[in-house]
Design a protein around this ligand. Structure first.
Ligand SMILES: Nc1ncnc2c1ncn2[C@@H]1O[C@H](COP(=O)(O)OP(=O)(O)OP(=O)(O)O)[C@@H](O)[C@H]1O
Ligand SMILES: [Mg+2]
Length: 455
């Protein structure tokens, strides 16, 4: 009797069924079940990592050597937790065309001067990579390029002469001949990634997996691998802007939520050591609706310009449109302003934008968003040296947020001398910082602090 029964796996959610179905009963997507042969069970004691097959006393486990591999590009090294740990598996994900291959090639070429780096390309030919390397002016003398998509061939090459760092661009193009499903399917992506994971640990090779965020967001995309890998980096950015933010969403070897800021130029990704300065460089002065907010990105304060515009609506239902902030958050704050401060947005369209294509996800942006809305509503500009941050509750109360000293330090560096912040933060600040701060407890306090005499 054959022990290799066929199963059908949903490529959307991973649901497994013994028979084919047109629609997945779990996620309800149509035509997502694909046939695959289940893997044979591995031999006895074949654990995922060398030496893990016997229980060990925690104190007796040999320590991991932390010889982190640094590139000298601070924005890159910081996001990895100040360097790459040998033997770690890193997923670099992002939208198609955002600059993943460029960033990886540039940074790995820097390391290649000291360590052997193998760049496996399943998407581009070696000639294309050479052209890119020439445009980016990277030192390509020690960088090995291998155009291959069959996992078993890649593993053979690695075992023959192991590199210190391996890059797979992209994981969606690699397939294993152990599975009879197409490359890019959920099973192939998972199988290849887990085999590479074992290889990373057993051979002590650091591996970068490039993954495209697909249209559906999850189909065989990076999300299916997030739990497996040690570090997840997302390269984000608005295609119309040159800014690219490299964000650590998960890091087993460092702080997560750390960001690195780059600018996409003809010669590749250039690091931006002072993003606040660049983000504020085109800020208009004396214009209503514009407010500077200090947001924390990981351990890093970032000054960003938040813009709002309200105008009389021509629709029965006024529009609430925002870019860079959460739409629900905007609706909530508009409701708080109406209920607690007596503003009336019922006949007004509201538009909000964060300059530079940055996304403000922190509640600390609430107070600035309210300030921008009031500023455009009253057509009164916020003084140019003001920076505003704090969380706003449904009762119109202003709540404290973390990292007050770091936020104020960053704002002072760029010449801001007035910080409108929650009173609970202001009370706990050192006296030398406190002098420049206006602590606010409620929306009324905010209106008084920023728009005295305007209502
Ligand atoms: N000659 C050039 N000058 C300036 N920018 C360029 C040039 N060629 C490419 N680019 C930029 O590089 C981007 C593509 O970068 P890259 O190939 O690294 O992205 P990717 O995320 O790896 O894309 P893919 O999803 O196709 O693999 C383009 O979107 C473009 O902005
Ligand atoms: Mg690419």
């Amino acid at each position: 009797m054959s022990d290799r029964k066929l199963v059908f796996r949903c490529q959307q959610c991973g649901y497994v069924s013994p028979k084919w179905m047109g629609r997945c009963p779990d996620c309800q997507h149509w035509h997502t079940l694909l046939e695959e042969s289940p893997r044979k069970a591995e031999g006895k004691g074949a654990g995922p990592f060398p030496g893990r097959s016997v229980p060990m006393v925690l104190a007796e486990i040999p320590e991991l050597k932390e010889d982190r591999i640094l590139t000298g590009v601070r924005e890159w090294d910081r996001v990895l937790g100040w360097g790459l740990i040998p033997g770690s598996l890193v997923l670099l994900a992002g939208d198609p065309g955002i600059g993943k291959s460029t960033l990886l090639l540039q940074n790995l070429a820097r390391v290649a001067q000291q360590q052997k780096v193998l760049y496996v390309s399943g998407e581009e030919s070696p000639q294309q990579l050479k052209m890119r390397a020439a445009r980016l002016k990277v030192d390509a003398t020690n960088l090995f390029i291998y155009a291959e998509t069959l996992l078993e061939s890649i593993i053979d090459v690695i075992l023959h002469d192991p590199p210190a760092i391996l890059a797979i661009d992209s994981i969606q193009t690699i397939y294993s001949n152990m599975l009879e499903v197409a490359p890019g399917s959920i099973s192939q992506v998972r199988e290849c990634a887990s085999k590479l994971m074992r290889m990373a640990k057993s051979e002590n090779i650091s591996i970068f997996l490039v993954g495209h965020v697909t249209k559906e967001g999850s189909i065989a995309g990076p999300r299916t691998l997030e739990h497996l890998v040690d570090t997840v980096l997302y390269l984000e950015g608005d295609r119309t802007h040159a800014f690219r933010v490299l964000r650590a969403m998960k890091n087993r070897y460092g702080s997560c939520n750390e960001i690195g800021v780059f600018e996409m130029k003809e010669a590749g990704m250039e690091e931006v050591p002072n993003p606040s300065q660049l983000l504020l460089s085109e800020r208009p002065r004396g214009v209503s609706g514009s407010v500077v907010v200090c947001s924390m990105e990981g351990t890093r304060p970032l000054l960003v310009e938040l813009q709002a515009l309200v105008s009389a609506t021509g629709w029965t239902q006024p529009r609430r449109t925002c870019m860079g902030v959460d739409n629900n958050r905007l609706s909530l704050l508009v409701a708080v302003l109406e209920k607690k401060a007596g503003f009336n947005f019922a006949q007004q369209d509201v538009f909000v934008n964060v300059a530079g294509g940055v996304r403000l996800l922190e509640p600390a942006a609430d107070l600035a968003l309210i300030t921008a809305l009031v500023s455009t509503y009253l057509d009164r500009a916020v003084p140019a040296d003001y920076v505003v941050w704090g969380e706003v509750g449904l009762a119109g109360e202003v709540r404290g947020v973390g990292h007050a000293a770091a936020r104020i330090g960053e704002a002072r560096k760029l010449g801001f001398s007035r910080h409108v912040i929650p009173v609970s933060n202001a009370d706990r600040l050192a006296p030398e910082l406190n002098g420049e701060c206006v602590g606010v407890r409620s929306l009324q306090d905010l209106l008084e602090a920023v728009f005295t005499g305007s209502r």
